[in-house]
Design a protein around this ligand. Sequence first.
Ligand code: NAD
Length: 493
Amino acid sequence: MSLPEYRLFIGGEWVDAVSGATFETVDPATGAPWARVPEAAEADVDAAVRAARAALADPAWADLAPAGRGRLLHRLADILRRDAEELAVLESTDNGKLLRETRAQCLAIADHTDYFAGAADKIEGSVIPSGKPNFLVYTQHVPIGVVGMLLPWNSPLFLTMFKLAPALAAGCTVVIKPSEATPVTALELGRRIAEAGFPAGVANVVTGSGPAPGQALTAHTCVDKISFTGSTRTGIAVAKSALDHLAPTDLELGGKSANIVFADADLEAAANGVVAGIFAATGQTCIAGSRLVVHEDVRKPLLERLVARARTIKLGDPKDPATEMGPIATEAQHAKIAAMVGEAVDGGARVLVGAGQGVTLPEQGRFAAPTILVDVAPEATIAQEEVFGPVLVVQPFGDEDEAVALANGTAYGLAAGLWTSDVRRAHRVAARVRAGTVWVNSYRVLSYAVPFGGFGLSGIGRENGFEAIRSFTETKSIWVELTGATRDPFVLG
Ligand code: NAD
């Protein structure tokens, strides 16, 4: 059977890669290839960047009033809402995420786009009391220019819209490079951007396998800003490459987030939150609550609940509404999870629940078992480094200081959950935890309106919220002399 074939979206046209090369993308639930996409190389990336550069100066975009950009984004939001089911199925096929989650995400991106559509004509500068009486001084926030966007495979469309909607609202033009593991939905998004009526070249999509197209994009001197979501290691390489031509870089990276459960917590709710944190999306989320920091007094009853729940999690076809954990998206990720758990066990960790220990894996597809590890030293790799899979490390504590020290005891700082019925403790600990997002008595909730990003190795910058638009602008200060007075030309005014 021939696979559906896609082309690159460059300058408003659908084109093959210059080389004519293609690659197959695989459905992780079956292991079978299901679509064929172009293998872009440097020449294709260069064509996409040039198209974006040309669109930036094209009056059809450059002279469009901010409200006009907003109208185009609202139209795109309507199209995304109309096609949410179709996109959700494609997304689930490409990355193995549960259809019920991709469905929620595909509806969420329509709301996300509407939010930034509404913001497009509210990007206000200010009049500055400069201390120079002869001058009127005001600021404008102008589009930063061409933005290169690099995406991971775990929530491709959702994370693309975190970048795309504010960048277009700000008046930028973009080149999107999705992950090689999940290239299809970015191209499908390109189709909908064209349908919404954005001028040619405002958004371009290039797909390719391996690091080469991403490297070509970050190194391209006509790219004015890089917005990257992915692993910390790649993020650092991307930032270094962009620095060679001084393109500012926003980085949304990995995490090793803690769910902190105090003795006064509602244990039923906490157990549910811990499950959401680590087993939802098969643990393949940057905000995975991969460490359970739990008070000694409730360790036993909480772990009993978690082990019982982990044993009953239904693994299988991500499109089956009964499935709770789908497959692991890539072969490399599958191997990495097994290697990290194996190394932890060799180092003395004990498996409370895992593959062959209370969990049977489906015979077909790439699956990983919900795994809970105890007796892990805080400095062990499994307690310090992101697994990006369904692996929970248990870290008991005796008092609040110890809980905070454990929670803050990694180089990451993306998210944290606090479970307590004491409102004073909730605010006190939330203030002390070094993380970009802290949920109190909840976990894994996001909104287009709420800033999201990390401390430390979890990244640089924030997405979402009105401020996200600012990250796609440069601030320009304009000085207007009001009196006609002549100044001493040899003295700084
Ligand atoms: P990755 O870093 O391997 O790849 C991310 C993107 O960069 C891909 O498009 C890839 O092709 C590209 N790339 C790879 N090497 C490159 C290079 N040298 N130069 C330029 N581009 C290059 O990440 P992944 O494995 O696709 O995604 C998983 C990671 O993403 C996890 O670490 C996860 O925590 C992180 N993530 C972070 C967030 C967040 O918002 N903080 C959200 C989702 C995922």
